[in-house]
Write a protein that binds this ligand. Structure first.
Ligand code: HEM
Length: 196
């Protein structure tokens, strides 16, 4: 019961920014193009927050905080996909023509977005418990598509923004967590070798 209440609260928190975007659009307070930045940025942020607890808990060790974070990371990943879908919806509304969308498909700033989105589909599609049980070890392999999705998503951001700083600042915490994890792994290997 407590768990269900916690998960419901989490989903409400995750949904509020998206619902706010849709509400503002429906009230004509903003244009669809104004929502491209916040929806894309929220998607990337959620992806990063979903990817952080793995390497951090490996380096610092499992504690209550990391256990909770790990337990909700699938929800964070699904929400990241939800915001990518919303981002696509705003793009479609902004373009308002399939021909115009096809026309700009060749632009690096655009096809990188589509590619990042396509890479997010398989992990999101198998994010439920049944698929996890059925796929076993393959499940993790499919989930690894989020790594190229994130990197290409950040590339998409750099290409559209004409500035690398915002995208790289977002990548920094994750890059640091990856460095810590590999430092931890090589330290453990050295200790094991010296004990052998
Ligand atoms: C589905 C295909 C996608 C298309 C067609 C697309 C297209 C666009 C467009 C047109 C913009 C606005 C650029 C501007 O401000 O003028 C944008 C911004 C952005 N997109 Fe995407 N996108 C796609 C997928 C994604 C995905 C999957 C992510 C995240 C993983 C993402 C992250 C971002 C971010 C962070 C921005 C903000 C860049 C800025 O500062 O303007 N996009 N996208």
């Amino acid at each position: 019961m407590k768990r269900l209440a916690g998960k419901s609260l989490l989903w409400i928190m995750l949904a509020v920014p998206g619902l706010w975007m849709l509400w503002s659009l429906s009230q004509n307070d903003v244009l669809a193009m104004d929502l491209l930045h916040p929806s894309g940025e929220t998607s990337i942020r959620l992806m990063i927050v979903a990817m952080l607890p793995g390497p951090l808990s490996e380096f610092f060790g499992l504690n209550r905080f990391f256990r909770i974070w790990l337990a909700i990371r699938r929800n964070l990943g699904v929400a990241a996909f939800g915001y990518a879908l919303l981002h696509l919806l705003f793009y479609i509304l902004d373009m308002n023509s399939i021909a115009a969308m096809v026309d700009e498909l060749g632009l690096p700033g655009i096809w990188t977005g589509w590619l990042a989105f396509a890479l997010m589909i398989p992990p999101a599609a198998i994010s439920f418990n049944y698929a996890m049980r059925k796929l076993g070890r393959n499940w993790k392999m499919v989930q690894r598509l989020v790594y190229p999705a994130l990197i290409i998503g950040l590339g998409h951001w750099i290409l559209l923004d004409w500035a690398w700083q915002p995208a790289l600042i977002h990548l920094a915490p994750l890059a640091l967590a990856w460095v810590l994890r590999s430092v931890g792994r090589s330290r453990r290997q050295r200790t094991q070798r010296s004990m052998a």
